[in-house]
Design a protein. Structure first.
Length: 358
């Protein structure tokens, strides 16, 4: 048996997780085991198995063309620091209780250092149209090579300063920039903390005014992009709550979006203002959507208007042509007399030439 890949030493923080990978080849395919030896002077090696340390240890192994094994440990503590050993052997007597294996286990080791996680104090303040976020780490001997401020997948700010205090300022109101931000310290290992900007739900209708035809399905939509997410959506009309599935109303809400569908719109019953109300742990707020229901014949009015315009134009053209027709007939009569006059002149000239010849 021989190793293709060996586990690598790592440095982690408490409450983090670690994963070690080992890969061995041989014929027959070798078996892989994981062993651990702590940092205490008299501590001996013990074999690790799947579910050890109160189910914080997970071991996954595959034996196809060669042997691969991964050990992962969640929610690390300082007692998880030590040497982790990947052992591989394909000797038939490798696990025999009385016989010694002819081929010894080959071993590959990696050290895991678990460091106590430093405490990071966070703060959010808002003043004069600006929101300031701050983080302050309390580890005195921590080597800091810079900071980053991250929102989602976007890096908002990065520097190479070594201070324990880092701040980031957002231009605008707090309601416009709610969410989860992260301050990252470039240390070994890297440490970070989350800074949350929490506000009441900011409810925004997809359209403030919706239109629908009688008999069709009307759809009203509201959303709230603020943090914390909306926990409860409610719809009202004329101060009365609309119950999902009651009559012709269907409500679909998911996260920060809600949708009210009204089946078979009725002009008299469904026209009016609808209120969408959102609630989160900080409170609730609402917005209004106006629904207008049109008659089915309303869609024909533009077509009828176009037809009327065409008829008016045709009538004007017909009257115009009718009035100018006598003038055109007169012009044709005048044009017909001209050739007769021209012919008479030509005959007179011909007679004159004949007399001169005589």
């Amino acid at each position: 048996a021989g190793f293709i890949k060996s586990p690598l030493s790592q440095k982690k923080l408490t409450r983090d997780s670690v994963e070690l990978y080992c890969e061995a080849i041989g014929s027959p395919i070798p078996e892989i085991q994981w062993w651990f030896e702590g940092t205490e002077p008299n501590e001996t090696s013990v074999q690790l198995w799947d579910g050890a340390r109160q189910d914080r240890v997970k071991i996954n192994a595959t034996y196809n063309l060669h042997a691969t094994s991964t050990i992962s440990i969640a929610n690390l503590t300082s007692e998880d620091s030590g040497m982790y050993e990947c052992r591989a052997s394909n000797d038939p007597d490798r696990n025999h209780l009385s016989k010694s294996p002819k081929v010894k286990w080959i071993r590959s080791q990696a050290n895991v250092f678990v460091i106590e996680r430093p405490d990071i104090k966070t703060h959010v303040s808002s003043d004069a149209g600006k929101v300031q976020l701050s983080c302050n780490v309390t580890a005195p001997n921590l080597v800091i090579k810079g900071h980053e401020w991250v929102h989602g997948n976007d890096v908002l700010h990065s520097d190479t300063e070594s201070g324990a205090l880092t701040t980031y300022t957002i231009e605008g109101k707090m309601e416009e920039h709610s969410g989860v931000y992260k301050c990252v310290y470039k240390t070994s290992p890297e440490i970070s903390a989350e800074v949350t900007v929490s506000v009441l739900p900011q409810v925004v209708p997809y359209k403030k005014s919706e239109h629908g035809n009688e008999g069709d399905t009307g759809v009203l939509t509201c959303k709230s992009p603020s943090f914390p997410p909306v926990s409860t959506w409610l719809w009202y009309k004329n101060g009365q709550p609309i119950v999902n599935g009651s009559g012709r109303h269907i409500i679909k809400s998911s996260g920060n979006k809600t949708e009210l569908r009204i089946l078979k719109l009725n002009i008299e019953e469904d026209t009016g203002d609808y209120h969408c109300n959102a609630s989160n742990p900080l409170g609730s707020s609402s917005s209004t959507v106006n629904l207008r229901v049109r008659s089915r014949l309303a869609a024909l009015w533009p077509f009828l208007g176009i037809v009327a315009e065409v008829l008016v134009l045709v009538t004007i053209i017909f009257i115009y042509e009718k009035r100018r027709k006598p003038d055109e007939v007169l012009d044709d009569d005048d044009g017909g007399s001209a050739p007769l006059k021209s012919n008479a002149t030509n005959h007179k000239d011909k007679n004159v030439r004949q007399r001169n010849a005589n």
